[in-house]
Design a protein around this ligand. Structure first.
Ligand code: AVI
Length: 313
């Protein structure tokens, strides 16, 4: 069934595609990678041998969530931003002995499924889902307003934003949580670029399928006729900007229509579809301060692949 949110999203998608493909450097915002198929492919990515972030962060949470509870205090309302499938949630809400859990996600259907799954696992937990765009300040359910809050933002999703947008988002989190909140956030670390490139261009081709699904989505939803065999996935490390990028590169000159417009790309020209910024520990702490948060503690794994931080508002 199509909800109001889905309908709004569709017209946003059309605008973003037409605008993004009309520019000299073609770009489509990364959030459009996540239709149902894209979300399924992303779940597959998280289990790939090369994709170290999910496994490493899960290890950090298993090892340190009780300590986070001891430092921040238990019995708070846990607000998860962009909760998705909520896979890392149980260990966190249990260690924090959460008074309630508020998952926020743009996809109402994903939210419903994840909340139902979590309710079966943790029947005692009060779950109050909110379908909203978490990049803007959000009014939380009145049942939890004014209660002590801890935001939960795992997965290094913060890395998908430019530095300026990341600061804005972290400020919006403070506004949403209100009072003197805490934030528990996962941030992927800068490391040997070869390791990062492998994580974003895996040997099984799942990340390539995830990226190319965006073109298939345009064909499906925006009446497009993009020849998918004229594009390939690329994931170059950009050392100056400290980020891995995803692009869809034309393997030959190509012309197609989508969203009622006609577009053409020369061989080698790309559509930029995602950035995933990597931070040093000091950069992550600076990011916190720039957004009005005070870094309290952080944890990393033995190989320094990934970091998990606790901040105070
Ligand atoms: C969702 N986000 C944190 C992922 C990342 O690692 O930047 C998205 C992703 N793109 C390709 N692989 C994973």
């Amino acid at each position: 069934m199509t909800s109001v949110a889905d309908t709004l999203l569709d017209s946003d998608f059309a605008d973003a595609v037409v605008r993004g493909l009309s520019q000299p450097r073609k770009v489509i915002p990364a959030r459009y990678l996540y239709d149902r198929r894209g979300s399924e492919l992303f779940e597959e990515i998280t289990e790939l041998p090369e994709y170290y972030p999910t496994r490493t962060e899960t290890g950090l949470l298993n090892a340190h969530a009780p300590e986070i509870g001891r430092i921040a205090g238990t019995g708070k309302v846990v607000v998860e931003f962009g909760s998705g499938s909520s896979t890392k949630t149980p260990v966190f809400v249990e260690a924090l002995r959460a008074a309630a859990y508020v998952p926020i996600d743009i996809s109402a259907s994903f939210l419903r499924d994840a909340a139902a799954r979590l309710a079966r696992m943790l029947p005692e937990l009060d779950i109050l889902p909110v379908a909203a765009d978490f990049t803007k300040p959000i009014a939380l359910p009145s049942a939890v307003k004014g209660r002590p809050m801890i935001g939960f933002f795992p997965g290094s999703t913060i890395g998908n934003l430019t530095h300026a947008a990341a600061v804005d988002l972290l400020r919006a989190f403070r506004a949403t949580l209100g009072g003197e909140p805490w934030l528990a956030i996962g941030i992927d670390l800068r490391k040997n670029p070869r390791l990062i490139e492998a994580a974003y261009d895996d040997s099984a081709g799942v990340t390539a399928a995830f990226n190319l699904n965006l073109l298939a989505r345009i064909n499906r939803e925006l009446d497009g006729n993009i020849p998918l065999d004229a594009f390939e996935h690329r994931a170059p490390w950009n050392d100056d900007l400290g980020r891995i990028e995803m692009h869809l590169a034309a393997t030959r000159d190509v012309r197609f229509h989508a969203g009622g417009e006609t577009f053409s790309l020369r061989e080698g020209e790309t559509i930029h579809t995602e950035n995933s910024h990597k931070y040093t520990i000091e950069e992550a702490r600076l990011l916190a301060r720039a957004a009005g948060w005070r870094p309290v503690r952080y944890w990393t794994d033995a190989r320094a692949l990934f970091s998990f931080h606790l901040w105070r508002g």
